[in-house]
Ligand binder design. Structure first.
Ligand SMILES: [Zn+2]
Length: 276
């Protein structure tokens, strides 16, 4: 009888643990930042006349971190970051001035229209999920995240679950290699791993197609370009400054860098003086 009593107690204890675990999981799932907003948010200005007129050029903006950082504490980090409030102001201005976001897939499919921009974020930092995503949703923009595959689930980088949620929110995920090396310094086996394995892992893990590669440090050569083509990539994105054109080499697409050194007026000038 005593044995039976302990057995019943043990069953109750185990099922209690399971329920607690389950409810923690549910809570975590509900605390995502998109709560209260449409899950697939409407993209801004896609009904405008500009958005219906085909174009040959698209401006790709290059961001890294969206976070608060003091110049004195972290000079390099400051140069790689945009303050979250400044980011909101930039998005608000882009929206008010008729720009709309597209993806690198739209370049591949030649679906570029006037005032198309791509907001690209390099390295896959966690602050994209925390700071950038809610603001993008608020102002109706999408974005392209270039992921370093071996950094997924490490401190300060996006987790697998966060990336899954980004995919569901319409954020484009592209490859930024496995380990972020200087690709021009690798032997052919190492290069294959950086280009092919990163694509394979992102595709199988997140159920997406990856056809765009963002070169770490913007470094590449003809051999790397050739390898990308053979591995079924369609685009290569550099750190060279300029406006991307549909009529030029798709493996050498330039971007415009945006960081804390851009004042609000400087940002506007950067957009307006780009070669559209
Ligand atoms: Zn990078």
């Amino acid at each position: 009888m005593k044995k039976l009593f302990f057995l019943a107690l043990a069953i109750l204890f185990i099922s209690g643990c399971f329920c607690a675990k389950f409810s923690i999981f549910s809570r975590k799932e509900n605390s995502r930042p998109d709560q209260g907003l449409a899950f697939k948010y409407p993209l801004s200005n896609t009904d405008s006349a500009d958005a219906k007129e085909p174009a040959k050029k698209v401006l790709i903006l290059m961001y890294h971190y969206v976070r608060k950082v003091q110049k004195e504490d972290n000079p390099l980090g400051y140069k790689l970051s945009v303050d979250p409030n400044a980011f909101s102001e930039q998005l608000e201005w882009l929206r008010e001035n008729g720009y709309h976001s597209v993806s690198t897939k739209d370049i591949i499919e030649k679906k570029i229209t006037r005032k198309s921009i791509i907001l690209s974020f390099d390295d896959g930092y966690e602050d994209f999920y925390i700071e950038a995503l809610p603001r993008l949703k608020k102002y109706g923009f999408s974005a392209t995240c270039a992921i370093i595959v071996n950094q997924i689930d490490t401190p300060h980088y996006l987790s697998k679950n966060q990336i899954r949620e980004l995919v569901l929110s319409g954020i484009e995920i592209v490859s930024h290699s496995m380990n972020h090396p200087d690709l021009t310094a690798l032997d052919s086996r190492e290069l294959e791993d950086e280009l092919k394995t990163s694509k394979d892992v992102l595709e199988s893990e997140f159920g997406i197609k990856v056809e765009t590669f963002v070169y770490p440090y913007g470094k590449f050569d003809e051999n790397i370009e050739e390898k990308l083509k053979n591995l079924d990539y369609s685009l290569g994105i550099t750190t060279k400054s300029g406006t991307a054109s549909l009529t030029k080499n798709p493996f050498k697409l330039p971007r415009r860098r945006v960081d804390n050194r851009d004042s609000f007026d400087g940002f506007i000038k950067k957009i307006q003086t780009s070669d559209w």
